[in-house]
Each structure stands twice: as structure tokens, then as C-alpha cells.
Design a binder for this molecule. Structure first.
Ligand code: SF4
Length: 461
């Protein structure tokens, strides 16, 4: 019995699990109020990413492109950035934050966006927009390394680095949620409120589950303000829930401003939510209230009804964002399930040093495979080669494998666009544990019925 961490041996990627770095930077930037990013590259680098985020959240929002064409790709395209900043500022009088996000093409041609930012500050902002608060922030996203995860992590770090400003201690904690859904933010805020912890939830996208109001439809934007970002330097501590999505910013704040930092665990499942609450207690001195002990009890009760009878020994494949995949695998193990295959869509070398992966390697008592730089072809290939699965957990891009091989699937992660309202349901916290366990069970129940596989059990349960 062993648990191997391997890298895909085949060259090339077929049906990727992740998209590229600028996608992550764009997702981070939509969490900031009065912010519209400019992606410096071809229009597709925005068009497809914006479509993906929009399909996932079912909301409209704005991101700009410098729209580089052939001449720019040959002779350099910094003039397009200058024009884009000017147009954006003219068209959107409320915009204050403009990240300039590079792409593979503009990194390869070597466009000096740091230099053009200095030039724009000295010239355009000092003349045409004198007196207006504008922040231009270069964010380097060479898409030929890393993935959207790396891009998110880098962008969060660069925003914090740009704004963080030492002042009076604010008595709050910084909460870096990582790449989550509006429903996760609501669940996390609920836990913070029950603990009476004053926190700045950063890159906060709760309002992307936005109402349709009588005065018309609006574009959505995040809730993190410039003041929030400046104040990150004055917190009593930082909790970064994900190791690969936000930890760089937490480490920067610790190094630069001596702010105590705890990274992880992603609060998926009972065990990790318990640790999250204990970390909050450790950082703030606030006790865990009876109300949360009760919520935990409700979650345990819901899980007890399902785990041993229906979920035990079910073989699962999980793919997607690494913190999500690891958190889901840990939760599945607590539910007596057997995660057999974990697919991570990039080749981050630090996965091998991740203590959660090491714990899996030390503790699982059956064969499990963790594949780095994996794609959905790996999932399909292993099924073709005889890997038996009862359930697939992952985002919507893998749905065709589930359909073709008649394996039930629970949509989780980013993007999930082929099921209604998933962005509203948390996977974190006790509420997330209930939702995940019941969603997995209900998916298996439907499968039992359609395949006439012991469906009579459901009548006597
Ligand atoms: S890989 Fe390059 S060209 Fe393609 S979307 Fe990403 S940044 Fe744009």
C-alpha cells in the first residue's frame, strides 16, 4: 500500500485542469473596490477568463485589455498600456486602482511595465489627472510558468505589498480567504461573527452573489477597499487559509511588519474547521462559543447519518486547486471514503514538501496516487486502464469524463458553470461540511437509483 506523488510523464497537456497566471491575477483584482485591471496582452487573455469567471458567478463585471496586436508583438506595446490607462480613467471616474497584469506575450517581448508605470505617474497622472487618487500596480504573470494559482498568489502579494502602510494597531486580524466562492465568504464571516472576532476579509467577493434591484442591473465588484489594504500592516495577525492562494502576502506582512501569521489549514471538513477556530482563538484570545459547538454537533450528526452507511469505502478522484483538493481529500478520509487519485494541475515543486501531502503519504492504508502537472487526460487514462471510481469531485471542465464513463460527479471548485447556484454554497466551515457530505451522498443516491444498485436501501434508511 502506498501513496505516490508523481509528475505526469507525458509531454504536453490535454484538457487542462488550470488556466494561466493572468486568470488568477484577474480573479484577485475583482475582489477590490474601485478597481479595474488592465491585462497587457491579446484580447483573448481577458475575454476567455472574464467569460469563465462570469459563467461561474453568473454576474457581470469589468476587466480591460491593452489589446496587443501584431505590431505590438513585434515592436513592443507599451503605448497600448498608456492609452488603456488613459481611456479607463476617462471612462470610469470612480476607478482608483489599476493593476497592470502582464501575459505570456508581453513578458516574452520584454515590455517594461514597471517603467511605464513610473512614466505614467510622472506624466499622465501628474497632468491630465492631477489631484485624482490613482494607483497603478504592475503584476507580472508570465503564463509559461506556474498557473492561475500562482497568478492569484502573486497578485494578492503585490496588492498587499503596494498598499500596506504602518500606522496604529487596529486590533483586527487579516483574513486571506484564497480563491473561494461568495458562499464561502458568507460562511467564514458567520464563524468570525460568532467568535466576535474583528477581521478584515481581504479580496472579498461576497457581493458577487448580488441582488437584482428595482433601479436596474449593475456590474459587481469586490468589497476590499484601499483603506483595508493599507491597514493590513496594522493587524494583530494574519490568517491565510490556503497555502498556495494568499500565503505569499501573509509572509510578506510577517517579514516586513512583524505580523504573526498562521497559514492554513483550508477549513474544509470538521477537523480543519476546528483548527481554524482554534487558530482564531490563539490569535485573538476569544473563546469558541457554545453556538459553534452546537453547529459542529449538527454537522457531526448529519455526517454520522451518511458516513458509515453510504460513504465508507467509496473510491474518489479529486482534481482542481491544490488547497481545495487536499482539503477535500482530508475530509473524504474522515468520512471513511477512499480518495484514490488526486490531480494537481501544475508542477509546483513545493507540493512535495507540503506537510498535508506528507501526512497522506504516511497515513493512507491503500493505494493512492497524487499527480502533479496533471490534466483531465490523466483522469480519463487511468479510468480506461481500470481505475474503479464511485465518485469524481472537481470543476465543470471534467464533466465529460464523468458523463462518458458513467461515474457520478459532484461539482466543486472553479469553474462550476453547469449546475445552478453552486457559488452560493460554502465548502468551508461546518456549513460546508454538511453541504459537501450531503451533496456527495445525494449524488450517490441518484446513481444507485439509475443503476438499480441497492436502491431499495433508500426505502428503509
Ligand atoms: S496562455 Fe498567454 S495568450 Fe493564452 S490566455 Fe494565458 S496569457 Fe493569454
Amino acid at each position: 500500500m502506498n501513496c505516490e506523488l508523481i509528475t505526469k510523464e507525458r509531454a504536453g497537456v490535454i484538457n487542462p485542469i488550470f488556466t494561466c497566471q493572468p486568470a488568477g491575477a484577474q480573479f484577485a483584482s475583482i475582489g477590490i473596490k474601485e478597481c479595474i485591471g488592465i491585462v497587457h496582452g491579446g484580447q483573448g487573455c481577458v475575454m476567455f477568463v472574464r467569460l469563465l469567471i462570469s459563467q461561474h458567478l453568473k454576474e457581470s463585471f469589468e476587466i480591460a485589455s491593452s489589446s496587443v496586436h501584431e505590431d505590438g508583438a513585434v515592436f513592443g506595446a507599451l503605448n497600448r498600456v498608456e492609452e488603456a490607462v488613459d481611456v479607463l480613467l476617462m471612462r470610469y471616474p470612480d476607478v482608483k486602482v489599476i493593476p497592470i497584469i502582464t501575459t505570456c506575450s508581453t513578458e516574452v517581448i520584454g515590455d517594461d511595465i514597471d517603467g511605464v508605470v513610473i512614466k505614467l505617474q510622472e506624466e499622465l497622472l501628474n497632468t491630465k489627472y492631477a489631484g485624482r487618487e490613482v494607483h497603478l500596480i504592475p503584476i507580472h504573470c508570465p503564463s509559461f510558468v506556474g498557473s492561475m494559482i500562482h497568478g492569484y498568489d502573486t497578485a494578492v502579494r503585490d496588492f498587499v505589498k503596494y498598499f500596506a502602510e504602518k500606522g496604529e494597531t487596529n486590533g483586527k486580524i487579516n483574513l486571506l480567504t484564497g480563491w473561494v466562492n461568495p458562499g464561502d465568504v458568507t460562511a467564514l464571516k458567520h464563524l468570525l461573527a460568532e467568535m466576535q472576532v474583528d477581521a478584515t476579509v481581504l479580496f472579498e467577493i461576497e457581493s458577487f452573489d448580488s441582488p437584482l434591484m428595482p433601479d436596474g442591473n449593475h456590474t459587481s465588484h469586490g468589497n476590499t477597499t484601499i483603506a483595508d489594504l493599507k491597514d493590513t500592516a496594522n493587524a494583530i495577525g494574519t490568517l491565510a487559509l490556503n497555502k498556495y492562494e494568499g500565503a505569499k502576502a501573509a509572509q510578506y506582512l510577517e517579514k516586513e511588519f512583524d505580523i504573526p501569521t498562521i497559514i492554513g489549514p483550508t477549513p474544509i471538513g470538521i477537523r480543519n474547521t476546528d483548527t481554524f477556530l482554534k487558530n482564531l482563538k490563539r490569535m485573538t484570545g476569544k473563546p469558541i462559543p457554545e453556538s459553534l459547538v452546537r453547529e459542529r454537533g449538527i454537522a457531526l450528526d448529519a455526517i454520522t447519518d451518511l458516513a458509515h452507511m453510504f460513504l465508507a469505502d467509496k473510491k474518489v478522484a479529486i482534481y482542481g486547486n491544490p488547497d481545495l483538493v487536499i482539503g477535500l481529500a482530508e475530509f473524504c478520509l474522515d468520512l471513511e471514503m477512499k480518495p484514490k487519485l488526486l490531480l494537481l494541475g501544475d508542477d509546483n515543486l513545493s507540493y512535495a514538501e507540503d506537510p498535508r501531502i506528507k501526512a497522506l503519504q504516511e497515513n493512507v492504508d491503500y493505494d493512492m496516487e497524487i499527480v502533479m502537472n496533471a490534466d483531465l487526460w490523466d483522469l480519463e487514462g487511468r479510468i480506461k486502464d481500470g481505475l474503479e471510481l464511485d465518485l469524481i469531485l472537481g470543476h465543470s471542465k471534467g464533466r465529460f469524463v464523468a458523463i462518458d464513463y458513467n461515474i457520478p460527479m459532484v461539482r466543486v471548485g472553479f469553474p462550476t458553470y453547469d449546475r445552478a447556484g453552486l457559488y452560493r454554497h460554502p465548502v468551508v466551515g461546518y456549513a460546508g461540511a454538511i453541504w459537501l457530505a450531503e451533496e456527495m451522498a445525494n449524488t450517490l443516491f441518484a446513481d444507485m437509483e439509475y443503476k438499480r444498485n441497492k436502491e431499495w436501501v433508500l426505502n428503509v434508511w
